[in-house]
Design a protein around this ligand. Structure first.
Ligand SMILES: *Cc1c(COP(=O)(O)O)cnc(C)c1O
Ligand SMILES: [Zn+2]
Length: 432
């Protein structure tokens, strides 16, 4: 029997959540009516959307818009979500990465490049779904606790939708992420504390204000947005699930939902079901899930983050235990890399593929490299590595090693003497 009522927000009778049937507790299975809820009243477990899927055909999806709304029939949103004022996130390039593959000794490697999203990170996906559902629930102000990219995406998405926003970030965030959030004109609250402090504060504010916090009271809807990464990877490979996928972990939601996306495609008969392995990547300065995996634990011990990979700096990851389940079930691994290794990973992707990732992308590429070196990843298997953000937002991380090769007076003689092409080649050799 579903628990209903007690909504903090009245959604109109005409509200539509597409194929979503209700909410259910991930721990005890208790069901609830759709609404702005996120924890189970019986056991405090997280709630997740449950669906009543009809038949879905590849052709219908392929004929849809070039955005994540091509999968609207698999998301908790109205069928006409694409027609509303929205940023049009998703359907980002899946790029064959022969340059990076060559450098790593691999044969079939792709980069799923989510830096191509409207605000240059994967967060536009989860925000698109949270805003679409949140508007159906009657919210007009949207908020979030963010490590940076989510604040960008909420501020921009709300501006586009004609809604208000109030986003919360740690005050020590990269300057680039402050500017790229503030410019959209909503309220931006910098909190003296780390992400976990920001998140705790936001849970309290969410109890007071009638706002849609995309990753708190709208989290069940928000999380479904990450399934579209799994859908797109499979569709772009020609309706095939890759053998190996390497995914960065902050809260862990993205990794868990990519697995859910693959699973749904298989159940709906849109792809052939076959084994795949999901690998998780963290920065050593914030690696609670990696530590739990390596230690063989079922619980994730919170840590205090200290890494340049600020977008992944969640010391108490909400979906950490579910990441452990997915990775263990699929035969993957979780590993972590140092700040020096992740910066080298950023440079490696930039220099081999012409894709400049933010620190999170550096973490993922460096983890791919490390797992290959350790023999944990198969260099011959079809592999997709995620780039979830844009290097222009985290310039400081690479600035030291990314300066002019030489600085010369404006004379031909100085240019010849300096020999910049040889110097650059020599430095590149030393770096890799
Ligand atoms: C938020 C974020 C992630 C990870 O997201 P989770 O779903 O919380 O694990 C990865 N990369 C970037 C760039 C992000 O901003
Ligand atoms: Zn429960």
């Amino acid at each position: 029997m579903a628990i209903s009522g007690a909504r903090t927000q009245n959604h109109p009778e005409t509200a539509s959540f597409g194929p979503a049937a209700g909410l259910s507790c991930r721990e005890c299975g208790q069901t609830y009516d759709l609404g702005p809820r996120y924890v189970c009243e019986l056991c405090f477990g997280p709630l997740e959307i449950s669906y009543d899927y009809g038949a879905v055909a590849r052709e219908t999806i392929e004929a849809g818009p070039s955005s994540l709304w091509r999968y609207a029939s698999l998301l908790p949103v109205p069928a006409d979500a694409a027609a509303r004022r929205d940023l049009g996130a998703g359907f980002t390039p899946l790029t064959r990465a022969d340059g990076l593959a060559g450098a790593l000794g691999m044969r079939r490697l792709w980069v799923k490049d989510d830096s191509a999203n409207p605000t240059h990170s994967f967060k536009d996906r989860v925000v698109a779904v949270a805003l679409a559902a949140g508007r159906e629930l009657g919210f007009t102000t949207f908020a979030c606790a963010s490590t940076g990219n989510l604040a960008n995406a909420v501020a921009a998405g709300a501006a586009r939708a004609g809604m208000r926003s109030c986003v919360f970030v740690p005050s020590d965030l990269e300057a680039g992420k402050i500017v790229t959030t503030a410019v959209y004109g909503g309220a931006l609250v910098a909190v003296d504390g780390n992400y976990d402090d920001v998140n705790r504060l936001c849970s309290e504010v969410a109890g007071e204000e009638p706002w849609g916090f995309v990753n708190i009271n709208l989290r069940p809807y928000y999380a479904e947005g990450s399934k579209t990464l799994g859908f797109e990877i499979a569709e772009q490979l020609g309706w095939r699930i890759p053998e190996q996928v390497v995914v960065p972990i902050a809260s862990g939601s993205q990794l868990v939902k990519i697995d859910k996306g693959f699973g749904e495609l298989g159940k709906l008969g849109l792809v052939e079901e076959r084994p795949y392995r999901i690998f998780g990547a963290q920065a050593s300065g914030c690696a609670p899930v990696s530590a739990a995996f390596t230690g063989g634990y079922d619980v994730v011990q919170p840590v205090r983050p200290d890494t340049v990979a600020k977008s992944l700096a969640i010391g108490n990851p909400a979906d950490g235990v579910y990441v452990l389940d997915v990775v263990r079930r699929t035969g993957g691994q979780v590993a972590d890399v140092s700040d020096a290794e992740l910066v080298a990973g950023m440079r490696l992707l930039a220099s081999t593929e012409g894709i400049f990732p933010e620190t999170a992308g550096g973490v993922t590429v460096a983890t791919l490299r490390k797992l290959l070196a350790e023999g944990q990843l198969d260099p011959d298997a079809e592999t997709v590595v995620l780039n979830t953000g844009d290097g222009l937002k985290t310039l400081d991380a690479v600035a030291e090693g990314a300066q002019p090769t030489v600085t010369i007076p404006p004379s031909l003689e100085s240019f010849r003497h300096a020999d910049p092409v040889s110097v650059a080649a020599e430095r590149a050799g030393n770096v890799s």
